[in-house]
Design a protein around this ligand. Structure first.
Ligand SMILES: Cc1cc2nc3c(=O)[nH]c(=O)nc-3n(C[C@H](O)[C@H](O)[C@H](O)COP(=O)(O)OP(=O)(O)OC[C@H]3O[C@@H](n4cnc5c(N)ncnc54)[C@H](O)[C@@H]3O)c2cc1C
Length: 330
């Protein structure tokens, strides 16, 4: 997610912003700061920002971009959900950021099929888990402490406590921003595996259809409460971090490896490895996105040197980052 390549001219962006503002009902902004839209609360601005009002609006926006003749490689697209698994560069995003807003937040049962529900991509997982619990439907309790959106959760195949999106997902509605086409993609075509999918940056999940199972509400609530309690005791909460930094390697835990390498509390700039959970990396007062980037890479290098295991980041980095860090900045 570098958004690299030749930069779009600022005058072209102004013109495109103007055309979008005239054609779509949703919000269009130039140079919108993105930090407030991420749990890390870090990073720069989106050159161009779009919050489509609904799916028709999103389709219209893609048409406007197509008609503008701006080369696609000069307008990198980034879809932002709740920003709970992403670090945006201090330089911001050099193209178009699309964030689905309230028009994509409906949740409804599917007529004639008691366990099947349809959720808009901007709905949050805790909200959806509670909605399902109220209707005595099980299968999403794990999402109660995961502060992401349904769209982001499909993209990442989010999961916890032995369950994930793949287990409940029937199909996702995916809008291909470059092709301008919406398609219903069945779960098996999304390449969902441990914290990954085959969705690319310009493919936007707008809706998900999920199959849940009936259960007693008190049992569902008890599981949710146990998960919540476990998180509160073992994790630092959703402030200034993005959950697990690295994926767990086969048969081991990333947090255990980071801790075993003696890196709990290790800092780069104002970013530090959490004392409570070594796979959570916190942004302290004055931290930059580059600090978080450098901390992730320094920890990765040290764990590799200590154990021979190369941890793979689960957190995504968007935009330009300096790769030259050599470990001297404390
Ligand atoms: C405190 C905390 C705890 C967490 N615990 C867990 C956990 O237990 N399990 C877990 O799996 N994750 C966990 N996470 C990480 C995160 O919440 C999940 O990965 C979540 O699914 C990300 O959703 P999001 O909407 O925030 O996505 P973002 O962070 O906004 O984006 C993540 C990726 O998804 C893409 N994306 C976002 N929306 C869409 C869309 N509509 N269509 C297509 N692509 C999209 C983005 O382009 C990006 O590549 C945790 C995070 C925090 C802060």
């Amino acid at each position: 997610m570098t958004g690299g390549g030749a930069k779009i001219d600022s005058g072209d962006l102004d013109l495109l912003a103007q055309r979008l503002s005239q054609s779509v009902r949703g919000r269009v902004e130039r140079s919108l700061p993105l930090a407030r839209h991420t749990t890390y609360k870090l990073g720069g601005a989106a050159e161009l920002y779009l919050e489509p009002a609904d799916e028709t609006d999103l389709v219209r926006a893609a048409e406007v971009v197509e008609e503008s003749g701006v080369p696609r490689d000069r307008l990198p697209v980034l879809t932002l959900g709740r920003g709970s698994n992403i670090v945006i560069s201090d330089d911001g995003w050099p193209g178009l950021v699309i964030r689905l807003g309230a028009g994509f937040s409906s949740i409804e049962g599917v007529a004639g099929d008691r366990g099947v529900i349809a959720a808009g991509a901007s709905t949050t997982l805790p909200l959806l888990a509670n909605w399902a619990a109220r209707r005595s439907l099980t299968g999403l309790e794990w999402g109660v402490g995961v502060p992401g959106s349904v769209g982001g959760a499909v993209r990442m195949n989010a999961g916890a406590h032995g369950r994930d999106m793949a287990a409940a997902l029937v199909e996702a509605s995916v809008f291909d921003f470059n092709a301008g086409v919406v398609a219903k993609r069945p779960q098996r075509d999304l390449g969902l595996a441990y914290r990954t999918s085959n969705l690319i940056e310009t493919e936007i999940v707008t809706r998900a259809r999920l199959r849940l199972a009936p259960d007693r509400e008190p049992s569902i609530r008890a599981r949710m409460e146990a998960y919540r309690k476990h998180r509160a005791e073992t994790q630092p909460g959703a402030l200034q971090n993005a959950g697990s930094t690295f994926k767990n390697p086969e048969g081991d835990s990333a947090g255990r490896l980071v801790e075993a390498a003696g890196l709990k509390g290790f800092t780069v700039g104002a970013a530090r490895v959490s004392e409570l959970h070594a796979n959570f990396f916190m942004a302290g007062e004055g931290a930059t996105a580059q600090d978080v980037h450098d901390l992730v890479h320094e920890v990765q290098a040290r764990v590799l040197a200590a154990t021979g295991i190369e941890l793979q980041p689960e957190v995504r980095f968007a935009g330009r980052f300096d790769q030259a860090f050599a470990g001297e900045r404390r």
